[in-house]
Design a binder for this molecule. Structure first.
Ligand SMILES: [Zn+2]
Ligand SMILES: [Zn+2]
Ligand SMILES: [Zn+2]
Length: 152
């Protein structure tokens, strides 16, 4: 955790930004909820628990800054809510998501898996790929298990 904070601090510094206490509080919440996909509102409520003096606008601006610096990615799963997701360290491309249409759980795939597809696109469309968003919609293994038990 502390080393991650240090690295974020360096990333901010290299773009001439400071890791202010407000920014640090926001980054900590994102790190503590790395598996989750929090909206600005969610992040704000969690930041407020430890730093009640921070306002929503500050949290929002921090999230936008972190997005700009590619420390987090903004993602939308089709419900009209922007969510903030920490980028996997050292990954060139954004990770993939599995959204369960039954329970709404979002799981992540950290492997890129798209190398072959990227190759075809780059060659056939002469397009230089910088990143991608891939969301699968389906039924998660937990819901499949539940449905199986209920049908017995
Ligand atoms: Zn994610
Ligand atoms: Zn990729
Ligand atoms: Zn499910």
């Amino acid at each position: 955790m502390e080393t991650r904070i240090e690295r974020v601090k360096k990333q901010l510094h290299s773009s001439s930004y400071k890791l202010t206490p407000q920014r640090e509080a926001t980054v900590r919440v994102l790190l503590e909820h790395e598996e989750d996909h929090l909206s600005a509102e969610d992040v704000y409520l969690l930041v407020k628990e430890k730093s009640p003096e921070i306002g929503l606008a500050t949290v929002y601006r921090t999230l936008e800054l972190l997005t700009e610096l590619k420390i987090v990615d903004k993602i939308n799963f089709g419900d009209g809510v922007s969510r903030y997701d920490l980028r996997t360290e050292g990954a060139d491309h954004f990770h993939h998501h599995l959204v369960c249409i039954e329970c709404g759980t979002v799981d992540e795939i950290q492997k890129d898996l798209l190398e072959d597809v990227e190759d075809v696109v780059e060659k056939e469309w002469n397009f230089k790929i910088k990143d991608h968003r891939l969301t699968f919609h389906g039924v998660c293994h937990r819901c499949q298990q539940k449905q199986l038990q209920e049908s017995k």
